[in-house]
Design a protein around this ligand. Structure first.
Ligand code: 0A1
Ligand code: ZN
Length: 881
């Protein structure tokens, strides 16, 4: 395992390499435990670099077996090789030279899943961010772009398939039952985009004709027998290719595009040039085994990786500090794609729920960092929701500030100006400034200032003057390393709603810039005055969540109900319901803590039930409205000294009150939307199922019986309905015989399907209450558990820690201690996975003192572990600081 002392890297220290890498030729002789890698690298010294400067290459846990200089064995006096670096001295002053390095690696023993490893008998690679240096010594950084030729030699029977990036050059027999294949990628790329796959897989094939009329072969490789489950992914891929041509004008640039699904993968997927490698969870789907959420995820991730071909691969990052340049932008692109494929409003609600539940806590806790960090100790720990999701929101704000037309001009300019570059955030922003003529210098603070801005809003209406004043104060909280903050440029989309629900067109007469329906907050405090306001309007602010901020706007329940009823922007209608619900839920938590009865605001009940019953609204939206803020949303609203048990009990009481008030309505909804039309995985079908299952959840509560869910489980003809019924049974009636029977049935039906079995683990790991820890420890001993499979570990340990507030935060602190021992154990095998899991404790300081103390103890146990990886060391140090 790699343990490091943890060198800190600073953005300010960036400088180009001393040597330019002209060409890369790699030959792999694959063997499960003794793979030989020969790397022929042609370099020349960069102009102006002194002849005395040596060539220093990165390595990680490498063993070198030979080193040649211009094909001749190198004098050992001229180089120093350690497991982590290779330094070569006395190199030519200007002319190109060739270095040939041979290393030997062991893919079978690579449990970190970085570099070249084996998953279920398949050789595959993961090189982002710094995995390539585990294959050979290399200038392993994203600003070193080169053209690669790859030769792969392997046993033919075990590995009929030999794949790498680019276009296929040819192949032949190689004697002794072996064969070889050669690939050439004409597009210069950094090492993190290198990929190799070898093994025996089934394939689904299709073609796509690009907008300029070129035919591209599309291949998705999956385990034999799983080919039919790749059909949806193929469909999503073709839609992504078409959409990128139509919306961003981007065409694919090789003869072939391949996707390979593997079962052991640390992340979701990887955008290697022409050869994307996926966690099979985001490729395989059919109605019997995949939920609607799985389908939506597959569509989004297939698109995301494909879109990287331009935003990430053709234009890559100068250094890893610029990660948001490819990730934030590509998430923005995949969000827009899904919005176009599905319901824009419902997609936006889901995005904002996700941002609030994942990114806001990160931004408010000890792991907060800017969208573009200034320092890191372990880059793997910066593939965060701040870089990805907040990075996407920052891109969205540029689009809001510029308007669609100038945003498109800016994107076109970016592609034109930087194609083939390793670029920076400054390069990106400059394109939008040049395309629009707007000054984005203050806006650029979104990249460098961490923390979610809090905006306090008040209004005053002057009937005599027919004016409305809207006062805004912004505060960006202190975050690690950033005690004070500058005011930001916050684009707030807004509407003024009249009595009858229509929108008022008022003129902003003073206080700041308003363009169209966007108000530009740029100072710490600003009061915008609107004239021509003949009656007091209801202000709807941050429509569509135009800025990722927390609003403090004490609107009355009447005003919120007005927005919930009349807003043209569906997102804002949902937001109004949420704003009405949160005070009831926080009050319910304190009532529950004291053992008092829980009261629910009548206007919340009526608004919620009115939306649920409104046939004019799409079912998916109605289902979203019926899904109250989560327990972690409530904890965040409370802010400090939180008690997860009280929050849970209070929320359950509110749900029960809604269930009771709406029982007849939920019965009708459940019936109407249960009619068995043929399953289609599209947004419409998914919306109907979501509404039906939301109704089923409420009905099970009001009837306080597992009977309905048990019946729904028995009748389900698709995984969405089946998993929902099982979740209701397990979460609401964990000790019932119905639940035991359904869990046993599920295990027996799907025991051989790893991805479905993950759902079985997840559903049990998220059963509320302190008894779940025992269940988890028992499940870990079952033959189904596989500590070497990241999906399985995340399904059980990950969802327990991230998504089971009452179970994980049980009063006696035992779950934290269990978790600490898991993190330490997993760290031995897979540091990246361990470090990610550990972030589940990032908000420990918000807990009430007893739990906070226990959490601290558990963190200290981790911190004092011997042989911690650099990954876990970095996270635990920052969380404890
Ligand atoms: N670039 C990929 C995600 C990814 C990042 C890091 C990895 O290993 C450390 C693997 C995948 C994406 O955004 O899809
Ligand atoms: Zn990405």
């Amino acid at each position: 395992m790699r343990t490091e002392t943890g060198r800190t890297i600073h953005l300010a220290d960036y400088r180009p390499t001393d040597f330019v890498l002209e060409r890369v030729d790699l030959t792999f002789e694959l063997d499960p435990t003794e793979t030989k890698v020969e790397a022929r690298l042609i370099f020349h010294r960069r102009e102006g670099v002194a002849p005395s400067v040596p060539l220093v290459l990165d390595g990680d846990d490498l063993t070198m077996t030979s080193l040649l200089f211009d094909q001749i064995e190198m004098d050992p006096a001229r180089y120093t090789a350690t497991a982590d670096s290779l330094t070569i001295r006395d190199l030519p002053a200007s002319e190109p030279f060739e270095i040939t390095i041979t290393t030997q690696i062991n893919p079978e023993a690579n449990t970190q899943l970085m570099g070249l490893y084996r998953s279920n008998g398949i050789y595959c690679t993961q090189c982002e961010a710094e995995g390539f240096r585990r294959i050979t010594y290399f200038p392993d950084r994203p600003d070193v772009l080169s053209v690669y030729t790859i030769n792969i030699i392997a046993d033919k029977d075990a590995n009929p398939l030999l794949l790498s990036n680019g276009n296929y050059l040819g192949g032949a027999g190689y004697g002794e039952g072996k064969h070889f294949a050669a690939w050439f990628d004409p597009h210069p790329k950094p090492s993190y985009l290198f990929a190799l796959v070898a093994g025996d897989l089934g394939v689904v094939e299709d073609t796509f004709t690009t907008m300029s009329g070129r035919d591209v072969t599309l291949k998705i490789y999956v385990e034999h027998g799983k080919e039919p489950r790749a059909a949806y992914a193929m469909d999503a891929l073709k839609r992504s290719m078409k959409w990128d041509e139509e919306v961003f004008g981007r065409e694919y640039d090789l003869d072939i595009f391949m996707i390979v699904a593997v079962s052991d993968f640390n992340m979701g997927a990887m955008e290697n040039k022409g050869l994307n490698i996926f966690n099979d969870k985001y490729v395989l789907a059919d109605p019997e085994t995949a939920t609607d959420q799985d389908y939506a995820n597959i569509e989004a991730i297939i698109a995301h990786e494909y879109f990287h071909n331009w935003t990430g691969n053709r234009i890559t990052c100068r250094d890893w500090f610029q990660l948001c340049l490819k990730e934030g932008l590509t998430v923005y692109r995949d969000h827009e794609f899904s919005a176009d494929m599905r319901s824009r409003a419902v997609k936006r609600i889901a995005e904002v729920r996700h941002l609030r539940s994942e990114q806001f806590p990160e931004d408010a806790g000890p792991l907060a960092h800017p969208v573009r960090p200034n320092t890191y100790r372990e880059i793997n720990n910066f593939y965060t929701t701040t870089v990805y999701e907040k990075g996407s929101e920052v891109t969205r704000m540029i689009a809001t500030i510029l308007g669609a037309e100038d945003f498109k001009k800016g994107m076109d300019l970016y592609f034109e100006r930087h194609d083939g570059d390793a670029a920076t955030v400054e390069d990106f922003v400059k394109c939008f400034e040049d395309a629009s003529g707007k000054d984005l210098s203050q806006f650029a603070l979104w990249y460098s200032q961490a923390g979610t801005p809090h905006i306090t809003v008040s209004t005053s209406y002057d009937a005599n003057a027919a004016t409305l004043s809207l006062s805004l104060d912004q505060m960006v909280p202190a975050t690690p390393g950033q005690a004070t903050k500058e005011p930001m440029h916050v684009p707030l989309s807004f509407a003024l709603l009249c009595h009858d629900g229509s929108e008022l067109t008022a003129t902003a007469i003073s206080g700041g810039t308003v363009t169209g329906n966007v108000l530009h907050l740029s100072e710490r405090s600003q009061t915008f005055v609107f004239s021509g306001v003949t009656s007091r309007p209801v202000v709807s602010l941050n429509r569509g969540f135009s800025a990722p901020v927390v609003l403090h706007f004490n609107q009355s329940n009447e005003d919120l109900a007005h927005i919930a009823r009349h807003e043209g922007d569906l997102f804002s209608r949902w937001q109004a319901i949420t704003d009405m619900a949160l005070p009831s839920l926080t009050a319910a938590a304190s009532a529950a803590a004291k053992g008092d009865a829980v009261a629910v605001e009548p206007s919340l009940l009526s608004s919620l039930l009115a939306i649920a019953a409104n046939e004019a609204l799409e079912p998916a939206f109605r289902a979203q409205a019926l899904t109250l803020p989560s327990e972690s949303d409530i904890a965040r609203a409370i802010g400090k000294d939180t008690d997860p048990d009280a929050i849970h009990a209070g929320r359950q009481a509110v749900l029960a009150a809604i269930a009771k008030a709406g029982e007849a309505q939920f019965e009708a909804l459940f019936k109407t939307h249960s009619s068995s039309t043929a399953f289609t995985p599209d947004a419409e079908g998914a919306g109907r199922r979501a509404l039906r299952n939301a109704a089923l959840g409420y009905l099970s509560l009001s009837k306080n019986s597992p009977a309905l869910a048990s019946e729904a489980y028995a009748k389900a003809d698709n995984m969405t309905d089946l998993a929902q019924a099982l979740t209701i049974l397990a979460h609401r009636f964990p000790d019932s015989s119905e639940t035991a029977a359904a869990l046993a049935n599920f295990e027996q039906r799907f025991g051989s399907n790893a991805l479905v079995l993950d759902k079985w683990f997840t559903i049990q790991a998220t059963i509320p209450g302190e008894a779940t820890l025992d269940r988890i420890q028992t499940l870990m001993k079952s033959t189904h558990y596989a500590a070497s499979n990241p999906n399985r570990v995340r399904a059980l340990v990950g969802t327990f820690a991230f998504s089971n507030p009452t179970g994980f935060n049980r009063r006696d602190g035992k779950a934290y201690h269990f978790f600490a021992s898991q993190v330490l154990e997993i760290d031995q095998r897979n540091p990246q996975l361990a470090a990610r899991l550990l972030t589940a404790l990032r908000s420990w300081q918000m807990l009430e003192p007893n739990r906070a103390n226990s959490a601290r103890e558990a963190l200290q146990i981790i911190s004092s572990g011997s042989e911690l990886s650099n990954d876990v060391r970095d996270i635990v140090d920052r969380i404890l600081k």
